[in-house]
Ligand binder design. Structure first.
Ligand code: SF4
Length: 75
C-alpha cells in the first residue's frame, strides 16, 4: 500500500490526473475540481491509502499534474 495526498484547494480542474488514473480521480461537477475517490478530506487536503496495483497510474497522474499537488508517500 502507499498513500496519495491531493491538495484539492489548489486544484486547477484540468483533469489530466483523471486521464492518467481514472480509478483514483474524478471530476466534481459541483466545484469544477477533482476529487480523490474514496478519500478523507481535512483542511483542504484529501488522503487515501491505495493498493500497489495502482502505483504506476498514480505516479503518472502526479507527474502530469501542472499544479504539482498530487503527492505520493511510498514506503
Ligand atoms: S492534474 Fe492536478 S490540477 Fe489538474 S485536475 Fe488533477 S489534481 Fe487538479
Amino acid at each position: 500500500m502507499f498513500k496519495v495526498l491531493h491538495y484539492k484547494e489548489k486544484c486547477l480542474g484540468c483533469a489530466y490526473c483523471v486521464e492518467a488514473a481514472p480509478a483514483l480521480f474524478q471530476v466534481n461537477d459541483s466545484d469544477g475540481k477533482v476529487d480523490l475517490i474514496g478519500s478523507k478530506e481535512k483542511n483542504g487536503i484529501q488522503s487515501l491509502s491505495v493498493n500497489d496495483a495502482l502505483l504506476d497510474e498514480a505516479k503518472e497522474a502526479a507527474e502530469l499534474c501542472p499544479a504539482k499537488i498530487i503527492i505520493l508517500q511510498i514506503k
